[in-house]
Design a protein around this ligand. Structure first.
Ligand code: CP
Ligand code: NVA
Length: 320
């Protein structure tokens, strides 16, 4: 277990298992979470969406979902995950909490630790997430920050393997913005042993330190400004919005990113690849209808697997 994942919080109790970033958790633990998610998904095939899993591991437990920005998938899938695990979820909008009026993150974390068993946070700024985790006595899960989106990428790994088999040795192509989702995919490339080529405009490439750390850890990460070179021979083509939440200048960005659009002509260079997108998609911008609704797209399985993999993440965090 990597030290960062087991950081002891302010209390004197046992170490708390946070799920903050994929580079901070041992690769074997991440593999265990993926396999657990696959098994749990298979075990409840055909059951009602709200039916509680046979072992109800979280009976009596509560998860808080704390959002500083919008969400559809993360919010619903974590809530349903807790219901299926036999527990409960509370969905909180940070703007309507005292946090939004300046209450200290440390105080909020300490107080919430007295009410709930785990906290998932979607934060504007990654530092808010880590500050919260430093002061929480319960597990904290990263539900997206400006820097990373590890739960999404765990679902991506699971979904890729459902369709194409072992991800080790696969070649991923990332098109567009070198953003939070791209960063977590780079972390995953190092942990799960797949290669990635990212085609991004100058100035919108992924964080150089994240690339360097992954490369030092043995990952094959290529950067290019040529979309065709990136997708040629790929087993998976991935893209995301050109303007993430909290980023300004959508119109100006659109002009720069247009050459990186995933369209039918580009996918013709990757005939064996599946197509993934974390959603929400901006159809006609980063991806065309023909691709996202086409035969190579696996976006709905990808979205569904958020639920299954987050159940496994919650069980990992809470030792169930
Ligand atoms: N992919 C994802 O995190 O979606 P939401 O923003 O809807 O949660
Ligand atoms: N990169 C996007 C992902 C949304 C799920 C954003 O941060 O807005």
């Amino acid at each position: 277990m990597a030290e960062a994942a087991l950081k002891t919080s302010s209390g004197s109790g046992p170490p708390v298992r946070h799920f903050l970033d994929l580079d901070a958790i041992d690769g074997a633990e991440l593999r265990g979470i993926i396999e657990h998610a696959k098994a749990m998904k298979a075990a409840r095939a055909g059951r009602a969406k709200g039916a509680v899993d046979a072992d109800a591991p979280f009976a009596g437990e509560v998860l808080a979902l704390l959002f500083e920005k919008s969400s559809t998938r993360t919010r619903i899938s974590f809530d349903v995950a807790m219901r299926q695990l036999g527990g409960q979820a509370i969905v909180l909008d940070a703007g309507t909490m005292q946090l939004g009026r300046g209450e200290a993150i440390a105080d909020t974390a300490s107080v919430m630790s007295r009410y709930v068993d785990a906290v998932m946070i979607r934060a504007n700024n990654h530092r808010m997430l880590t500050a919260f985790a430093e002061h929480a006595d319960v597990p904290v899960i990263n539900g997206l920050t400006d820097l990373s989106h590890p739960c999404q990428v765990m679902a991506d790994v699971m979904t890729y393997e459902e369709h194409k088999g072992d991800i080790a040795g696969a070649r991923f192509a990332w098109l567009g913005d070198g953003n939070n989702v791209a960063h977590s995919l780079i972390h995953a490339a190092a942990q799960f042993g797949f290669a990635m080529t990212l085609a991004c405009p100058e100035g919108d490439q992924p964080d150089a330190d994240i690339v360097a750390t992954a490369t030092d850890a043995g990952a094959e990460i290529g950067l290019t400004d040529d979309p065709v070179a990136a997708v040629r021979g790929a087993h998976c083509v991935v893209t995301d919005t050109w303007t993430s939440m909290g980023v300004d200048g959508a119109e100006e960005r659109r002009g720069r990113f247009l050459p990186y659009q995933v369209n039918e002509a580009l996918m013709a260079h990757a005939p064996d690849a599946v197509f993934m997108h974390c959603l929400p998609a901006h159809r006609g911008d980063e991806v065309t209808d023909g691709v996202i609704d086409g035969p190579q797209s696996i976006i709905l399985d990808e979205a569904e697997n958020r639920l299954h993999v987050q159940k496994a993440i919650l069980r990992w965090c809470l030792g169930a």
